[in-house]
Write a protein that binds this ligand. Structure first.
Ligand SMILES: Cc1cc2nc3c(=O)[nH]c(=O)nc-3n(C[C@H](O)[C@H](O)[C@H](O)COP(=O)(O)OP(=O)(O)OC[C@H]3O[C@@H](n4cnc5c(N)ncnc54)[C@H](O)[C@@H]3O)c2cc1C
Length: 386
């Protein structure tokens, strides 16, 4: 296993590298970051390559569920810009993978073809003002009223809410006290009456801006209960099922992409920048930084593609995906900061991509389950014999 380098994934990587060079030049990536905008035209051209189909079963018009290839796409896009990588995740993973895994037959038939053609995105509405790591304590309520569901509450750090079609929200749907059995997932159209979206001015991950979402008596049809009628009060099962394993891998793939971009720039700079009559790469302190970063990147990639192969085969991989997320996220943070050191003063200015890689990398150990939560789970699940 060498980063899952099959002829197919090599071909996919080559195609994406050509796409990134042509459609996502550095200047454009800098502009999307500075203006916090989503380049929908570039996203549509990405969809035309057929990569959204990688998470969708063939019977719904997709290419089959291939998590390794999906991670290759995330890695290659993140190497240049999260303004395209995150919307790809919102479409292929948040929508495609969850629908394929847990959607009702009617939802799969209606929505999966829209994943394939790039016209459907979900935003995750899980976190709330008082709810971070302890997701089972969400307060947003959903109540059945006739053939409708009425949702009240608020979601925080809902990334991409402005550009999505549906907010994929975790809601409290049953009586209090029955922790884990009183939660559902619902699909809330982002422009439904009663939905108010306000931007949060975050440090990085620009393009799919993160937001506060207030839900005030939002009425949705019962058909928007995720998984159909059978999905009511089964939200936790969906959240901790295969969906969460793949989410950890998505974040790890972002980590590998961001860290690779930062590392490649630092390598080039270290060989170009001259001080005391020599390229700074001549000095052993710089060489050791580069060697350590390359080693961390190699280990991150091996873990990412090993766990992705397990997930593709539907093997139990909760511990492997947590270890991958923990290791790759911490490595990306360290690598980005070390690259900034190599760039010296230039790593601190907006015109140099290293500054953006640092801001993006600092988020990675926080989102998708913090490093502390991954450590808790690795111990707990290993101790339980998983
Ligand atoms: C830019 C950005 C984008 C985001 N996008 C989304 C999104 O699209 N959708 C979404 O739902 N959420 C999103 N999030 C939220 C993110 O997933 C949460 O921030 C994360 O789950 C942690 O929650 P918290 O920040 O409230 O931390 P808290 O849970 O309040 O934790 C605070 C600190 O305590 C530690 N801690 C908490 N509990 C424990 C414990 N049991 N053991 C040890 N340590 C513990 C944590 O590791 C952390 O260091 C985003 C966040 C950011 C910053």
């Amino acid at each position: 296993m060498d980063y899952a380098n099959t002829p197919e994934t090599t071909q996919l990587r080559d195609m994406l590298r050509r796409f990134v060079e042509k459609e996502m030049p550095r200047e454009a990536a800098q502009r999307w970051d500075a203006e916090n905008v989503f380049p929908r035209d570039v996203f549509e051209r990405l969809a035309a390559l057929g990569v959204m189909a990688l998470t969708v079963p063939e019977e719904y018009g997709g290419a089959g569920r291939d998590i390794v290839s999906t991670m290759v796409v995330i890695e290659e896009l993140s190497r240049r810009s999260l303004a395209v990588a995150v919307p790809f995740i919102m479409s292929a993973c948040y929508a495609g993978m969850n629908l394929a895994e847990f959607g009702s037959e009617a939802q799969k038939r209606e929505l999966l073809p829209r994943v394939v053609d790039g016209s459907l995105m979900f935003a995750y509405g899980w976190t709330e003002p008082d709810v971070g790591a302890d997701l089972a304590s969400v307060k947003t309520r959903a109540e059945r009223v006739g053939d409708k569901v009425v949702v009240n509450g608020s979601k925080r750090f809902c990334s991409g809410a402005e550009i999505c079609d549906f907010i994929f929200a975790l809601v409290r749907s049953g009586p209090e006290g029955e922790r884990y059995r009183n939660l559902s997932m619902v699909l809330i159209p982002k422009d439904a009456p009663g939905v108010t979206i306000t931007r949060i001015n975050s440090m990085g991950m620009k393009g799919a801006a993160t937001t506060d979402v207030v839900l005030d008596n939002v009425e949705i049809p019962a058909a928007h209960i995720f998984g159909g009628e059978a999905g009511w009060n089964r939200g936790w099962e969906m959240l901790v099922g295969a969906g969460l394993d793949v989410e950890k891998l998505e974040v790890a793939a972002v980590a590998v992409g961001v860290a690779t971009g930062a590392f490649e720039d630092a390598w080039t700079y270290a060989h170009e920048r001259q001080q005391f009559g020599k390229p700074i790469a001549h000095y052993q302190s710089i060489q050791h930084k580069l060697a350590d970063m390359k080693t961390q990147l190699h280990a991150s990639k091996l873990m990412l593609y090993h766990a992705s192969e397990m997930a593709t085969r539907h093997e139990r991989c909760a511990v492997e995906t947590s270890m991958t997320k923990l290791f790759a996220a911490e490595a990306a943070k360290n690598i980005a900061l070390e690259c900034q050191t190599i760039f010296g003063a230039y790593g601190y200015v907006k015109e140099v991509d290293t500054e953006r890689y640092v801001r993006d990398a600092l988020l990675i150990p926080i989102m998708g389950g913090s490093s502390a939560i991954q450590r808790n789970n690795i111990y707990k699940w290993t101790n339980a014999g998983l």
